[in-house]
Design a protein around this ligand. Structure first.
Ligand code: NAD
Length: 411
């Protein structure tokens, strides 16, 4: 299943609603440019392995390219193109002055030693030196990439150009110019959006049950925040499978188990459940927070939740969207619900450039304002045009992107 084809399908559906000109639609169907690298890595045993890597700079219509780096064995150019396109849409949905990019290495980082992982990250940074930077393209963390890795990339870039340049990446450790609140930002942003939606639906958090797929930076923190808000989290999972307790999970105990044993296998907090069955549970809210293509034409009719809050990028295919809409399931699209991460990344860049840092309270107040306002704008467009929330989010974004392109004049 081509993830980029799915992304283009979403673009075409929304382009009609937004009345996008053919010229601008054509420009948005292709990335502005992309790079493919092969990275030779000296392994700890002295052997050499060569890894494929990519950076797709999709759109700079509204500002410098911005987007994460993914280290995953299935990462490929098609996926990275889709993720880069979604970044351009996402930055426009929340109205921050950035474009869209994404990158990654086809690698299973769990099979590398820490030294190998650092050397590989630095090798990627060296390849990207000519075309990244605070005014050009700013990478960030994504699946299997961490603040520590961002620190290595920042250091390698700074060494290569001969000056300290923290604004070249976001999601850095705090002592290297990272922003307060960046680690929980994506989940926190999703929670702000969710609370707005629940109030529209007149649903009290105490009456909401949730199943969360994925428990990394996004899913793990999301489960904790839901729990703190009074929402009952009945299921959680990682790549090895999940754990389910209809009475509600002790989220901290599940997190502790995962930290201790590395996976949720045999977790005593509930009964085992597969990642597919987790999505089909009879809950109010399903939160895919792992990888793309999880809700497809094959399982869309089995989803029993009222709401799908997309915290992963691209978890629902266009065919599944149609089936879910027919059954009245509300899908809060990734480009809105997980935009808290890039919003605080933008705050991090601003703080790096001005060399003046905000406390966590200030970051969260600014994040809340942007997320709630963006939700309201998307909700309003959906009601006005009688369309689903994904198409409405794209309409908002496409209007902003096309206005920027038009303001630049003919090329
Ligand atoms: P992460 O590496 O921290 O965690 C990924 C989690 O998904 C892990 O718990 C892993 O075990 C689980 N997982 C992997 N494959 C799975 C599978 N097949 N089924 C179920 N679970 C699986 O990554 P993350 O940063 O939490 O990113 C998760 C998703 O959120 C991705 O789609 C990413 O693009 C998106 N996202 C991340 C951010 C961010 O700030 N980190 C921002 C916006 C969107």
């Amino acid at each position: 299943m081509s993830v980029f084809a799915n992304a283009l399908q979403q673009l075409k559906i929304a382009a009609k609603q937004a009345g996008l000109s053919d010229e601008i639609l054509q420009r948005l169907q292709k990335p502005e440019r992309f790079f493919q690298f092969s990275l030779p890595l000296t392994m700890d045993d002295g052997s050499i392995k060569v890894f494929e890597a990519y950076r797709v700079q999709y759109s700079s219509a509204r500002g410098p390219y911005k987007g994460g780096l993914r280290f995953h064995p299935k990462t490929n150019l098609d996926e990275v193109k889709a993720l880069a396109f979604w970044m351009a849409i996402k930055c426009a949905v929340v109205g921050i002055p950035l474009g869209g990019a994404k990158g990654g290495i086809t690698v299973d980082p769990k099979k590398l030693s820490k030294g190998e992982l650092e050397r590989l990250s630095r090798a990627l940074a060296r390849q990207m030196v000519p075309f990244i930077g605070p005014q050009q393209d700013i990478p960030a963390p994504d699946v299997n990439t961490t603040p520590e890795i961002m620190g290595w990339i920042m250091d390698e870039y700074s060494r290569q150009i001969g000056r300290f340049e923290p604004g070249v990446v976001t999601g850095k450790p705090l002592n290297l110019g990272g922003s307060q609140g960046r680690v929980p930002a994506t989940a926190q942003g999703g929670l702000f959006v969710l609370l707005e939606l629940l109030s529209k639906l007149k649903l009290q958090p105490k009456r909401v049950t949730a199943a969360v797929q994925g428990m990394g930076n996004v899913g793990g923190i999301m489960a904790q925040l839901l729990h703190q808000t009074g929402i009952t989290v009945v299921a959680m999972s990682d790549s090895s499978g999940g754990v389910y307790n209809p009475q509600g999970l002790d989220v901290s105990a599940v997190e502790k188990y995962k930290k201790e044993y590395g996976s949720l296998k045999n977790c005593p907090a509930g009964m085992p459940i597969t990642n597919q069955k987790l999505l089909e549970l009879p809950v109010t809210l399903v939160i895919p927070a792992a990888l793309e293509n999880q809700i497809t034409k094959d399982n869309a009719t089995k989803i029993k939740a009222k709401v799908v809050l997309e915290m992963a990028n691209g978890p629902t295919t266009p065919e599944a969207d149609i089936k879910l809409a027919k059954r009245g399931v509300i899908v809060v699209p990734d480009v809105l619900s997980n935009a808290g991460g890039v919003t605080v990344s933008y705050f991090e860049l601003v703080q790096n450039l001005q060399q003046y840092y905000w406390d966590e309270g200030e970051v969260m107040v600014k994040l809340e304002k942007i997320m709630k306002q963006s939700f309201k704008q998307v909700w309003h467009r959906a009601e006005q045009l009688k369309i689903d929330l994904r198409t409405a989010a794209y309409v908002v974004a496409l209007e902003r992107i096309s206005q920027a392109l038009e303001a630049k004049g003919k090329y």
